[in-house]
Design a binder for this molecule. Structure first.
Ligand SMILES: Cc1ncc(COP(=O)(O)O)c(C=O)c1O
Length: 399
């Protein structure tokens, strides 16, 4: 048979999968393992949103919708963007699809030609790297250290731009680092993007999860020039505990939004009509449940960060948003633990699972080989026990 697509064959399975499948295997064997890999809220979807979905089925709202999403949902998105981010968009500038992940893909599809370069700040969410390659573009990874709070600077961005650069992917607040850009940092980045004529795919899916009363600034809200070149990505997964409903969206200038909507009309049809109804209610109703979840995440973050920094051999900086902590394991590199010399985060992750019965995500797949990511989208009880285990594991004990 003929060879499959070169682009498709080059797609790597998620690097978080190896530890995750070991974790699941151990759990299936009845072992007492705790997972900190979750990329989704552990809360159920709030009741009023679930009821809206049930109602949509009862009302026979079960047919195709416009390719870019129902007018009701797109209006609700515009209203939320206005209230939360001070942004003015028309429904025609919004394209809804099956989760923010698909939206990043179609945003890239709308922008790049094969051979174009896309700037990707590291540590990055692992799917970005694959998605860039899936559209035939070349990722240009720009590293940001822990001392830089894992954030891209305008200087580093400017240095990475070539005549082939088409866009940059920014994720604020960030998965995997949990860090957030300040208004000044974003303004400096926007200045470079405008001067050099670069588009910005700004993934703001964690925007409602900002702690310590920190101001979240949407990239598109910086200026009219910034808004013109921003493809804003967002969705309901993280803010409303709706990961399984699969609704995300892109907001962009009318020309880009139209191109994306044309693309979606052929490759996706429309997103699920029932999920769209539930999402419209999620966005339009009282936001109290979002705040409740945020408060719970903030409490967990505070505990995790303080405890982690009290344990010898590891440390972390305090994340400002999302629900992840990047634990620094540099001090453990080259040391022997449980009979094995630790070379990188993969070694650490494997050993910690085997001897500590805790699954974390090695940063190797995020472009951060001396860090592991802990998600605190799990119960306080699990967090406390996970950190007890970390302490014992590092002291050479086996769980
Ligand atoms: C940075 C980032 N963007 C997008 C997504 C995907 O969101 P969705 O569930 O809407 O596809 C995730 C999920 O983990 C994420 O971490």
């Amino acid at each position: 048979m003929k060879e499959l697509s070169k682009i498709a064959l080059a797609v790597e399975p998620s690097t978080t999968l190896a530890i995750d499948s070991m974790f699941k295997q151990m759990k299936a064997e009845g072992l007492d393992v705790i997972g900190f890999g979750a990329g989704e809220p552990d809360f159920p979807t709030p009741e009023h949103i679930k009821q809206a979905g049930i109602q949509a089925i009862e009302n026979n709202e079960t047919r195709y919708t416009p390719a870019a999403g129902t007018v009701e949902l797109r209006k609700a998105i515009c209203q939320r963007l206005k209230e939360d981010c001070g942004l003015e968009y028309e429904p025609a500038q919004i394209a809804v699809s099956n989760g923010a992940k698909t939206c990043v893909y179609v945003a890239l599809r709308a922008l790049v030609n094969p051979g174009d370069e896309v700037i990707l700040p590291a540590p990055y969410w692992v799917s970005y790297l694959e998605l860039i390659q899936m559209v035939g573009a070349t990722p240009v990874v720009v590293n940001a250290s822990e001392a830089e709070h894992f954030k891209l600077t305008a200087e580093k961005l400017a240095a990475a731009i070539t005549p082939k650069t088409k866009c940059i992917i920014l994720n604020n607040p960030s998965n995997p680092t949990g860090m957030m850009y300040s208004r000044e940092e974003l303004e400096a980045i926007a200045k470079v993007c405008v001067e050099k004529d670069i588009y910005v795919i700004s993934d703001e899916i964690y925007y409602r999860l900002a702690y310590d009363n920190r101001e979240f600034v949407s990239f598109a809200a910086l200026s009219e020039e910034a808004k013109e070149r921003t493809l804003l990505i967002n969705g309901v997964s993280k803010s409303y505990a709706m990961t399984g409903w699969r609704i995300g969206y892109v907001a962009a200038n009318p020309k880009v939004a139209k191109v994306i909507s044309n693309f979606l009309s052929h490759c996706a049809g429309s997103a699920c009509s029932i999920s769209q109804k539930a999402s419209a209610v999620a966005l339009a109703a009282s936001q109290e449940t979002v705040d409740e979840m945020r408060r719970a995440f903030e409490e967990r973050r505070n505990y995790m960060v303080e405890r982690m920094n009290s344990i010898d051999g590891v440390s972390c900086i305090k994340p400002e948003g999302a629900f992840y902590v990047m634990m620094n394991i540099e001090k453990l590199i080259g040391k022997e633990l449980h009979g094995t010399v630790i070379r990188d985060a993969d070694d650490f992750g494997n050993l910690f699972l085997k001897y500590g019965k805790v699954a974390v995500v090695p940063g190797t797949g995020f472009g951060a080989p001396y860090f592991v990511r802990w998600s605190y989208a799990t119960s306080m009880e699990n967090i406390k026990e996970g950190l007890n285990r970390l302490e014992k594991f590092l002291a050479g004990e086996t769980i």
